[in-house]
Structures are given as structure tokens and as C-alpha cells.
Design a protein around this ligand. Structure first.
Ligand code: N01
Length: 507
């Protein structure tokens, strides 16, 4: 490849969800205007663009589910429906003046570190064919829940009816009067089930593990409240702060003393009793692990839907799928017309890692296979200079808003770029020591959390039982730790300095 074939940019951002968009807006604010955002979908919004299933809504309160620099006084409800969130992200993007640098319908297919030129060579493929970018930094915001995971069930590929994943809803399929099955009872399924129950002739819900479901504190904002949010200085910030601290205290139960989740568990048991009359069904849907071990869900509609006459909750375990039915391990065959697969996403293997090759010539996935999925401060990875994750390993939350974590990480990335500019660094790369110390400490903290001790299997844990997805502490602590780029934890090279002279900057 000749230099003429390359498009040079300072920064290449992958993904136009909450993370990528935040990075674009903040880099632009810093005068770092030479960037491009590569997005495989046809617009901004990430998971909120893709998940359009009936009932899709946020289970984090609306007041906290927006950027701190773009509050939205117009949320209609205490928990926003998906269309409102997607519209909000679009509005913020349009108002930001950065959309001219977004390339939609285009995927990043490969990113390889070019050691001699100290830059990333990034291949993209999409709307405008294939292209290669040379970028000083890559900011990866691919989303933790963007690659739908299909279950490995014998015969499922031979099913002849309609079949789709919750994140790829087929709106052309009319469910009215149909025999529908939903596999899964996670966050997506419990929002879908009440909507399908209203329409379907029969609905079979295949539950492998019962979730804990708390009541949803629903509230429609009045005109007066919206006017106060919009016009009275500070009102919305106070409402936001109240929500933030209300959620933050949950960390005490989740990450420090699982017994403290008992009060919530009693509330969830009350939710079962209120929603379901049938004692046998109540027993079936009552989890046998500590609340919080899997993501705690919220709904007022899920249990009443399960209790409806046209719904069956099936716990026998799926043996196989035939061309028109699901057969359970007890030998029962249930014929269906439509199969909804609400079985979640690839979370512990970060699909983008297969497409990124670092300074040692191996992919990030190969590194993770050896040392486990891990990053320094959830953001940077040894062997991968000048590459920053937004929503990386161990930055997920079981209790609060990811937008808060995203803003924290973007602050860190901005300061890294500022540090590189100020000091004339060509590369920054976290040292193995810094990375190990960070992750050892993190895993020590995991030991006493409900995610480790709660007695469940969850997608938070990798195949070795290591929690590589969640942040095991208060979010304000993460914000503090990412408020400044700690260059002393990095190996750096100066511009024009031979790469073999990599050295650590003294603290
Ligand atoms: O996926 P999940 P999801 N046979 O992985 C079951 C976010 N989210 O799409 O528990 C049978 O939670 C699996 O069973 P088990 C949120 O972070 C946010 O629902 O593994 N069943 C489980 O019941 C959430 O956590 C919002 O035993 C199988 C289900 O499928 C994340 O997305 C809204 C199976 C998968 O649940 C993912 O939620 C919606 C098999 N082979 C989602 N394989 C907000 O409001 C899997 N299952 C912010």
C-alpha cells in the first residue's frame, strides 16, 4: 500500500453509540477536530438504535440516562422508552456539529499497529467500498451489548417458522393470534413478554434461570415538572443527583455486603405475590440465588403477563428445536409459529478484539485468551499503544447508568491526548505492571461481591468464573480514578524517537 492510498486522521473512533458520540463531541470541544467515526449501522444510537423490540425501555431512570452536558427536560416518563432515547441521541448528535465526520453503514474490519510509523492502520468496509485509515489513536466504543448471541440448541437452524433475536426484531411479523415462544428471561425478555402476551394466541416462555424482578416505580412527568426542569436553574440537576445517590447506595449490597440486598429481595418477592395468583407458578419464578447476582430487573407487567391464561412458563429445559416446535427434555413437544430468541449478547469475549492486532503481532483476542480479558482502568491495554476503549473490560454496572461511566472514560482519553500533545509523545501504552496491579486489585475486590458469592451463573463471568465485565465499586470512585491521565503508569515514546528506546516515564 502506498501513502497515497491512506486517509490520514488524528483519531479514529469506532462506534456511534453513547460512547463514540461522547468521544467525538468532547474531542471536537478540545479542538481535536481531525477525527472520523466509523459506524456499522445506518445512524447514531448504538444499542438504542438496534433494540426496537416491543416494550423496549431503559431500566435506569431517565434523569440519569443522558449526558451531563446535554440534560433532557422533556423525558416523558421516569424510565424512558427506547424511541425517546434514540431520538435524544440523534438530537444531541445533530446539535453537536460533528456529524460531518461520521461514516455510517461502514464496519471496521481490521486495525493493525504499524510499529515503524507508530500509527494504526485501520481497514473499513461499507457504503463507500473499502478504505484504509492511518490514525494516531483509535478510540473503540463498540458497545458491550452489540453482538447478539444465538443459543446453541440442536436443530434451531432448521426451524421453518419465523425466528429472530430480540436485538433484531422483525416488525413485519404480525404476532396476533400466533403461537409464539420466547427463549430467555433476561432484561430484554421481561420487557417483550408482556407486549406479546396481549397479542399472541399462545405464548410459551422458556425459563432457564428465574430473574429477580423488582417493581418499577413508574411516573409520567407532568407539564409543570418538565417546565421546572427546563426553566428553573438547578432543578433537574438536583433530581439527577437524587437518582444518582439513590442508586449508588446499592453498591454497599452488591459489592460489599450481599446480605444488604435482603430488603430488595423481600420487595421482589412481594412483586411475585402481587403479580401471580397461582402458587405453583410463583414457586417456578422465584430465584434460588441472592438478588443482584444476575442483573436485577424491574417490571410491574412481567408477572401478571406470566399469570395470564394464554401463557406457559416452561422450565423443563430445551432438548431440541424441530422445523415447527420446541421439544423439552421431559419429551414434550410444543408447536409454534414464531420463535423469539432473547438470549443476550457476547459480553466476555469482546468481539472487536479479534480484529485488532498490536505491537507484538498478535490480536487482542489472542492476548485475552492468554491473560484473560482485562484492561488498565477499563481503557488501555498493554501491546496496543494509543488505543482507548470507551466501555472496556470491567466498566459495566449492575446498578447505575453507563453514560456516567462513558463520560468518565472520555475524560481520561481527552487528558491522554492532551498529555501526548503537550509532551510530544508519539505513543502511550500502559505497562504490564500497571495493568496487572490494577486488575489484581479489581479481582480481589470481586471476591466479596454478590456477583461472586450470590450462587448464580451469569454473563458477567467468563468461562473461568472471572468477572471481566463489571466495575466492583462506587462509580464516583471510577470517576476519580479516571479524572487524570496517569502517564507514570505508561511506557511512552517521543515523536521521532526510535521505538526500541521505549521507556517508562518516572513518576
Ligand atoms: O440478555 P441476558 P438480555 N437456553 O443475557 C437465557 C441490557 N439491557 O438481552 O440466565 C435457554 O440478560 C438466559 O438464561 P440464563 C442489560 O444490561 C438493558 O435480556 O443464562 N435459555 C437468560 O434468561 C442486560 O443485562 C436494558 O440461565 C437461554 C436470557 O436467555 C443485557 O442487556 C434492557 C439460553 C439472556 O438474558 C442483556 O439482556 C434490555 C439457552 N441456550 C437489556 N441461552 C435496559 O433497560 C441464554 N438463555 C438498560
Amino acid at each position: 500500500m502506498t501513502t497515497a492510498d491512506l486517509t490520514h486522521v488524528d483519531h479514529l473512533i469506532v462506534g456511534a453509540g453513547f460512547g463514540g458520540l461522547c468521544a467525538a463531541i468532547k474531542l471536537d470541544e478540545d479542538g481535536e477536530r481531525d477525527f472520523v467515526v466509523i459506524e456499522k449501522g445506518s445512524g447514531v444510537g448504538g444499542t438504542w438504535r438496534d433494540n426496537t423490540y416491543p416494550g423496549a425501555a431503559c431500566d435506569v431512570p431517565s434523569q440519569l440516562y443522558s449526558y451531563s452536558f446535554a440534560l433532557n427536560p422533556d423525558w416523558s416518563m421516569s424510565f424512558s422508552p427506547q424511541p425517546e432515547i434514540e431520538a435524544y441521541i440523534k438530537r444531541v448528535a445533530e446539535g453537536s456539529g460533528t456529524l460531518d465526520r461520521f461514516v455510517f453503514d461502514t464496519a471496521m474490519t481490521d486495525a493493525t499497529w504499524d510499529e515503524t510509523q507508530q500509527r494504526w492502520l485501520v481497514q473499513t468496509e461499507g457504503r463507500n467500498g473499502k478504505k484504509t485509515y492511518a490514525a494516531t489513536t483509535v478510540i473503540a466504543g463498540p458497545g458491550a451489548l452489540s453482538e447478539p448471541k444465538l443459543p446453541e440448541i440442536e436443530g434451531i437452524e432448521g426451524f421453518q417458522g419465523e425466528i429472530f433475536h430480540s436485538a433484531k426484531w422483525d416488525h413485519d411479523v404480525d404476532l396476533t393470534g400466533k403461537r409464539v415462544a420466547v427463549i430467555g428471561t433476561g432484561a430484554s425478555a421481561i420487557q417483550i413478554v408482556p407486549e406479546i402476551q396481549k397479542k399472541a394466541g399462545r405464548l410459551d416462555v422458556y425459563q432457564r434461570t428465574a430473574p429477580w424482578v423488582l417493581p418499577r416505580n413508574e411516573h409520567r412527568y407532568t407539564k409543570l415538572e418538565k417546565a421546572a426542569f427546563r426553566h428553573v436553574p438547578g432543578v433537574q440537576r438536583v433530581a439527577r443527583a437524587a437518582v444518582y445517590w439513590g442508586l449508588e447506595v446499592r453498591v454497599l449490597g452488591l459489592a460489599m455486603q450481599p446480605k444488604l440486598t435482603m430488603a430488595h429481595q423481600l420487595k421482589a418477592q412481594g412483586n411475585i405475590r402481587r403479580g401471580i395468583k397461582d402458587p405453583e407458578l410463583r414457586r417456578k419464578v422465584t430465584p434460588d440465588y441472592t438478588l443482584g447476582c444476575k442483573r436485577t430487573l424491574i417490571s410491574n407487567a412481567y408477572y401478571p403477563a406470566l399469570d395470564a391464561d394464554n401463557v406457559d412458563v416452561i422450565t423443563a429445559g430445551i432438548d431440541r428445536v424441530t422445523d415447527n416446535a420446541i421439544v423439552t427434555k421431559d419429551g414434550t413437544t410444543r408447536e409454534i409459529d414464531v420463535l423469539v430468541v432473547a438470549t443476550g449478547f457476547y459480553t466476555t469475549d469482546l468481539p472487536i478484539a479479534h480484529h485488532i492486532t498490536g505491537s507484538k503481532g498478535r490480536t487482542m483476542a489472542e492476548r485475552f485468551a492468554e491473560v484473560g480479558m482485562s484492561a488498565y482502568k477499563g481503557t488501555t491495554v498493554p501491546e496496543f499503544p494509543n488505543l482507548f476503549f470507551v466501555v472496556g473490560p470491567n466498566t459495566g454496572l449492575g446498578h447505575s447508568s453507563m453514560v456516567y461511566m462513558i463520560e468518565s472514560q472520555v475524560t481520561y482519553v481527552r487528558d491522554a491526548i492532551r498529555t501526548m500533545r503537550t509532551n510530544g509523545y508519539a505513543t502511550v501504552e500502559p505497562t504490564e505492571d500497571a495493568n496487572s496491579a490494577w486488575n489484581d486489585d479489581l479481582q480481589d475486590k470481586m471476591a466479596n461481591t454478590v456477583w461472586s458469592e450470590g450462587g448464580c451463573a451469569s454473563w458477567y463471568l467468563d468461562k473461568h468464573g472471572r468477572n471481566t465485565t463489571l466495575w466492583p465499586s462506587f462509580t464516583f470512585l471510577f470517576r476519580h480514578l479516571t479524572s487524570k491521565f496517569d502517564v507514570d503508569k505508561y511506557a511512552v515514546t517521543a515523536i521521532d524517537q526510535p521505538t526500541s528506546n521505549q521507556e517508562s516515564v518516572p513518576a
